[in-house]
Design a protein around this ligand. Sequence first.
Ligand code: ATP
Length: 249
Amino acid sequence: MPDRTPTPPSAVPRLEVDGLTVAFGGLLALDDVTFDVGRGETVALIGPNGAGKTTVFNAICGLVRRRAGAIRLDGRPAPRTPVGLTAAGVARTLQGLGLFDGMTVAEHLLVPLSRTARAGEASDRIAQVLDDLHLTAEAARRVDELPYPVRKRVALARALAARPSLLLLDEPAGGLGSDDIDALAAVVRKVAADGCSVLLVEHHVDFVMGLADRVVVLDFGRVIARGAPADVQADPAVEAAYLGVTAAS
Ligand SMILES: Nc1ncnc2c1ncn2[C@@H]1O[C@H](COP(=O)(O)OP(=O)(O)OP(=O)(O)O)[C@@H](O)[C@H]1O
């Protein structure tokens, strides 16, 4: 008898990247990359410069053409447009932050809410996110007047404003000091505890190992290791390709 037991919804990963292959001309930037992120899970994608981490994000967001492979959200093909991805609960931060000089902190948070939330709901949500990210005092400040660590918090706050259920974080700890990194880790832990899935690209090894439930290691576009942080850290192939380099630099 075939097993007709329906798969419980919680068993379907929030994000599946399945056999993802991306080429830029003759360069194979991603070669058959497969991993998933469960609900409320934090998965880190690490690897040396040029390994293909940002290209994974760009493929998930429909910004690069796939040569092969599938990307699924809750078991269904992921939308490939920004509007479709936002509607599907996906939010992303960028390495370059992507903030708009001249706009205030609060105005940045209004952007992702303007399509969906009613006015009262939007202002309540903005107040909540500003509070969560310790940005209330800066709400009316122009972002170009703020120091870099605060600008980074604004970029994260904007990504969180619409309550994403999948958050893609591109080097969130880059350029931050240890106090800001600890505060960031606390925010990400809370977001994940509330059920949001997090995919994290990051070079800061201590931050990754302390935060991620699982780690996927890329090198030259291929997955060379995956598993619990301690197992990945102890993997000789990872040491040779990445962590040894990081430790020495
Ligand atoms: N638009 C593009 N056109 C051509 N080559 C590209 C493009 N984007 C990325 N690449 C190349 O694809 C490879 C993977 O780049 P990617 O930026 O994804 O690496 P990464 O792991 O994110 O690196 P880093 O840690 O430095 O951000 C690199 O060799 C890069 O030069």
